[in-house]
Design a protein around this ligand. Structure first.
Ligand SMILES: *Cc1c(COP(=O)(O)O)cnc(C)c1O
Ligand code: SF4
Length: 373
């Protein structure tokens, strides 16, 4: 019996609280001692984990831990949630705030980089602290959610900038807040006339799917149009529980997208990525972005060469349904925003014609209409 079978069938069947998200949250594994009771760890590994934890926090829900299939340290779920000593390595390229979010923050908790939309960071808490988190400079550092004074300053900014029509609620993970607290934020946003779309970025469907409850969705449905983006990185994260959570979200009329991060040794392989995106589409989740791994501190061991991302995109494009193909982007260091990176299908282009390569590598020409006519 694998570890996963053990957790699924033994723990979930025997422990009626398994499907209670508050139980999952309260029973998270947060130190090396607790982890060593569920994963075989040597004394050295325990020491390594503890030294990482002095820099970056750990939290793993029992559910997400149950998705670890092998303890050989290459397991894609294990690598995303269990600290490794590589996190203590300072790579010269590392930046504390790689996307310069502080520089684009006119009021605390708001990042206003693009003309018509803002990022609204409402909490620093998450249910699982991902080892590759881009916002690890703040996420997990303080166990705090936005207070009433900060909330009214942020709402004031959005109200005073009528060009803002799309607010992306993120953090941290907004869905670790109570439904009541979240409703307070969402209803206040909905009361602002210029706010059209409200989006939520959350990893809860992947790491704590029992948080997706009828109560939560009944609340969200009152404030449409609501869109949600989640964050699956590997097919092993797709389980009957995460599939049910995604189905409930979509059934509530909320379009559900996915943002993956390209991670070395986890999903930097066309076959793995293809399996992931096809399973996402099967669950009615639209692959939205594939991010090149950022320059955040202590995650250089997760970064791949950009050529790897371009090759994966080339192998997906045309070979599978366009719905299953995300957009590969680099969030430009220094705050330039997301820049699409793609295989170059256009070989040449002049006033007379465009010469192109198709997904199979065959050449085609498109004659241009005369510019002067
Ligand atoms: C990613 C991001 C958004 C949303 O961008 P979309 O391309 O519309 O998904 C908005 N603001 C900031 C600062 C972002 O990083
Ligand atoms: S859920 Fe998102 S914000 Fe939270 S640790 Fe993971 S990547 Fe970071």
């Amino acid at each position: 019996m694998t570890r996963q079978d053990y957790y699924y069938h033994e723990r979930s069947a025997k422990d009626p609280r398994w499907y209670d998200w508050k139980w999952q949250f309260a029973h998270r594994i947060t130190n090396a001692e607790q982890l060593s009771r569920v994963l075989p760890l040597t004394e050295e590994e325990k020491r390594d984990i503890s030294s990482c934890l002095s820099r970056f926090r750990m939290a793993i829900t029992p559910y997400y831990l149950s998705l670890i299939r092998s303890t050989d340290k290459n397991d894609p779920v294990l690598r995303q949630c269990v600290p490794s000593i590589e996190e203590t390595y300072d790579c010269p390229d590392d930046l504390p705030d790689p996307l310069n979010e502080e520089g684009d923050s006119p009021v605390p908790h708001i990042v206003h980089r693009y003309p018509d939309r803002v990022l609204f960071l409402v909490t620093y808490k998450c249910s699982v602290y991902c080892r590759h988190c881009t916002r690890r400079r703040t996420v997990g550092e303080e166990d705090r959610i936005i207070n009433e004074k900060e909330l009214s300053a942020a709402l004031g900014y959005i109200r005073q900038h009528p060009e803002i029509r799309d607010v992306l609620i993120s953090g941290g993970d907004p869905l670790v807040m109570s439904t009541g607290r979240l409703e307070h934020i969402i209803s206040s946003l909905r009361a602002i006339p210029n706010v059209d779309i409200i989006r939520i970025g959350t990893r809860v469907p992947v790491v704590m799917p029992m948080r997706i409850t009828d109560e939560l969705l009944e609340m969200l449905k009152k404030y449409h149009p609501i869109w949600i983006n989640t964050h699956f990185n590997h097919p092993n994260e797709i389980t009957p529980d995460s599939e049910r959570a995604c189905g409930m979200i979509v059934d509530a009329g909320i379009p559900l997208g996915n943002q993956s991060v390209l991670l070395k040794g986890i999903n930097d392989d066309p076959a793995v990525m293809k399996e992931l995106v096809l399973k996402l589409v099967h669950m009615r989740v639209r692959p939205y972005y594939l991010y090149q791994c950022d320059l955040s501190r202590g995650i250089s061991h997760f970064r791949t060469n950009v050529d790897v991302g371009i090759k994966i995109m080339h192998e997906l494009t045309g070979n599978i349904s366009g719905y299953a193909v995300p957009k590969y982007v680099i969030d430009a260091p220094g705050g330039g925003g997301k820049i699409p990176v793609s295989y170059n299908y256009v070989i040449s282009r002049d006033d007379r014609e465009v010469v192109m390569e198709n997904f199979r590598g065959k050449m085609y020409k498109y004659p241009q209409p005369d510019k002067n006519e």
